[in-house]
Design a protein around this ligand. Structure first.
Ligand SMILES: CC(C)(COP(=O)(O)OP(=O)(O)OC[C@H]1O[C@@H](n2cnc3c(N)ncnc32)[C@H](O)[C@@H]1OP(=O)(O)O)[C@@H](O)C(=O)NCCC(=O)NCCS
Length: 171
C-alpha cells in the first residue's frame, strides 16, 4: 500500500497501543460531536484493558484489524467487524468500529480497513447523526440509512444505522 501503510490482524500484544490510539482518535474526531466531559473522562488504560479482553477471549468470530504506518509500524488506525449485535439485524455482519488518526484521513487506509473486516459482505453499522465525514465515507462504500435510530450509550447522542446489501424484508 502507498505511504508505507499496512493492514494486518490485531494481536493481543497490540492491546496497549490500541487503547492509546483508540482514545486519541475519539478525542480528536468527536470533539464537537460528543460532550467534552465525556471525552476528557476516556482512559487509554481502560480502553487497553477492554481491547486485551476482547482480543484474548471475547467474540471469537469477530475480526480486528490494525493499520500501521512507517518503518516502525506505528498503529494509526483500527477496525473491527463481526456478527451483528442488533436484534432486528438487517444483515448477519456488522462493522462495529473503524477509527483512523486524522493525520491519515483521505489516504485510502480506511478503505483497506473496511476490506479487512467487512470485505464484500452485506453489512450494517451505527454512526452518529452529526458525523458527516463518516457517513460520506460509508455512502462511498455502498451503505445507506435504513431508518433505524438509537442513542449512543455513553452520551445519549443520536445515531443512525446504515446498511448495504441487505436482503429485502419478507412480507
Ligand atoms: C470515518 C473514517 C474511517 C473515514 O476515513 P477517511 O480516510 O477520513 O475517509 P475518506 O477521506 O476516504 O472519505 C471521507 C469522505 O467524506 C467526505 N468529507 C470530508 N469531510 C466531510 C464533511 N465535513 N462533511 C461531509 N463529507 C465530508 C470526503 O470528501 C470523502 O468523500 P468522497 O470519498 O466521496 O470524496 C475516518 O474519517 C475516521 O476514522 N474518523 C474518525 C472516527 C470515526 O468517525 N469513525 C466512524 C465511526 S461510525
Amino acid at each position: 500500500m502507498r505511504g508505507g501503510y499496512a493492514v494486518r490482524p490485531a494481536a493481543v500484544s497490540d492491546a496497549e497501543a490500541l487503547g492509546q490510539v483508540h482514545t486519541a482518535i475519539w478525542r480528536e474526531a468527536y470533539a464537537g460531536l460528543l460532550p467534552a466531559d465525556y471525552l476528557d473522562a476516556l482512559s487509554a488504560e481502560d480502553a487497553a484493558h477492554r481491547w486485551r479482553l476482547r482480543l484474548e477471549v471475547d467474540e471469537p468470530e469477530a475480526l480486528v484489524a490494525v493499520a500501521t504506518a512507517g518503518e516502525d509500524e506505528e498503529i494509526v488506525g483500527l477496525a473491527t467487524g463481526g456478527p451483528t449485535r442488533d436484534e432486528d439485524a438487517p444483515t448477519v455482519w456488522e462493522l462495529y468500529a473503524i477509527n483512523v488518526l486524522a493525520a491519515h484521513h483521505g489516504t485510502g487506509l480506511a478503505d483497506e480497513l473496511v476490506a479487512a473486516v467487512v470485505g464484500d459482505r452485506p453489512a450494517s453499522l451505527w454512526v452518529l447523526v452529526d458525523n458527516a465525514r463518516a457517513q460520506a465515507f460509508y455512502r462511498r462504500h455502498g451503505f445507506a440509512p435504513d431508518g433505524a435510530a438509537k442513542v449512543h450509550e455513553g452520551t445519549g447522542a443520536p445515531e443512525i444505522r446504515m446498511v448495504r446489501g441487505a436482503a429485502a424484508p419478507a412480507h
